[in-house]
Design a binder for this molecule. Sequence first.
Ligand SMILES: [Zn+2]
Ligand SMILES: [Zn+2]
Length: 195
Amino acid sequence: VFFNFSVLTVLCLYFLSQLHNIALAELLAVPAGLLVGNIAVYTIHRFPLHHRYKLIGNFTFRNHAQWHHQFYTNEMIVYDSPKDFYILFFPPGVVLGFTFVFLPICYYLMKDILSTNTVFLTLFMYALYFILYEVFHYVSHLPETHWALHFFPFRHMRTHHLLHHTPALMAKYNFNIVFPLCDYLCGTVYKEDRT
Ligand SMILES: [Zn+2]
Ligand SMILES: [Zn+2]
């Protein structure tokens, strides 16, 4: 957990340090980054994390649909001790892949078509979204009475994620973690009052 948050925080600070005299139009990278993050989380969670694909092997399905969802269910979503973090946060290898493979690819794809500020602000948003994912997902596994859940977005997304952890629903509903935009757009929102 310390490794993941340290690497992602350093990335955020580094990308912010690369911004100079930012123009108003370049700030569009902020909503664009949130949108891309939302779509990415939804797509990855809905498909490779909950379905097996020969092409990518069993790693994503095993870690998420089997380990994470079998360890935490809607009836026991709260972690007991920091040892349970092992199957709550992303494995450090994913953060390393994000840092040394995904972000460099994004950089090279964007560097000739977007301004330097837009490129670094976009990379900042991707790293920030990763942190937001980890925080919101962690909060979703806190006890219902935890003080952090007085904050409406945390409380709302915890309920959203709790329903996702129902074994019969997990492969069909509530794939967003930070904000349920794609779930609404794709009609995969499940609310308690439907039952
Ligand atoms: Zn979860
Ligand atoms: Zn899931």
